[in-house]
Ligand binder design. Structure first.
Ligand SMILES: [Zn+2]
Length: 104
């Protein structure tokens, strides 16, 4: 077992601040993420449950991109299958780091 003491603080470049380490990272970044996720949830519920609009994939994707939940990505061979209506190099979207399954 290592006797090395762990540094309980970490520096966040985005917030230019030192804060106590949490298991998930900078608390300011987490607050900002939490806010974006809430905004997305409210938008979806308002539009498609309360206002009873037809689900619109384009609108949902646009909001997800605006809030940093999806990021544009140039399609590679691995992204394409027989059903794909796009080719190598076309811009498609993938989950941002925030929505990665292997994330926190
Ligand atoms: Zn931060």
């Amino acid at each position: 077992m290592s006797k090395e003491k762990r540094n309980p603080y970490e520096y966040c470049k985005e917030h230019r601040t030192i804060s106590v380490k949490t298991t998930a990272g900078c608390p300011f970044c987490l607050q900002a993420e939490n806010k974006r996720l809430k905004e997305f949830a409210r938008h979806i519920i308002r539009q498609y449950c309360w206002d009873m609009l037809e689900p619109d994939g384009g609108d949902i994707q646009e909001w997800a991109e605006k809030l940093g939940l999806l990021v544009p990505h140039a399609a590679t061979k691995d992204d394409i299958d027989d059903e794909s209506d796009y080719g190598v190099g076309d811009t498609i979207f993938k989950f941002s780091e925030l929505l990665q399954e292997t994330g926190r």
